[in-house]
Design a protein. Sequence first.
Length: 174
Amino acid sequence: MSKSSFLVMIVLTVFCSTQFAAGGAEGETEWNAASPSDQELSIILNAIEQSNPELNRDGRQILIINSFSIHTASSKPSDDNPVTSSNVWIQLFGIHSPSSDPDLKEALVTFVPDGEKIRTPMYSKVKHQIYLFLPHSHLDCVLNMLRNDPHLYCWIGFFGDGHIYSDIHSYSVE
């Protein structure tokens, strides 16, 4: 069996661009898709540094989120393995912070079935992408943040003792 026929996938991609045009539906949150201001960058960097003083500045990647895309899939591995599964993941798109990889423009958040082992967050220097793995029970929270909070960033930090931390974070601009 060829690799292309190994997985039979039905993929439903719902592009949920959050770059709402002015005059969107009443009650919708408008996203600031422009480059973050110096004030916003300062807020993000200060929050990370204050809550993680032992983090090496070179050991972090920060993506300021300005849009996202939701993907769902269902698959059956092969005729020999008829156990089907389904997945959901969200692609986050945005702008890198000045202290991050200048090619960083995306993060991939994969939701793992509750009770399954969660993988360690990763940063691919080749793909310039953050990978974050969360339990499926966090999907509603993440979607709520993406739909309703105009100021979000995703970051990953690598600490000297081998600790790796990543999350999606909101911030306010006063």
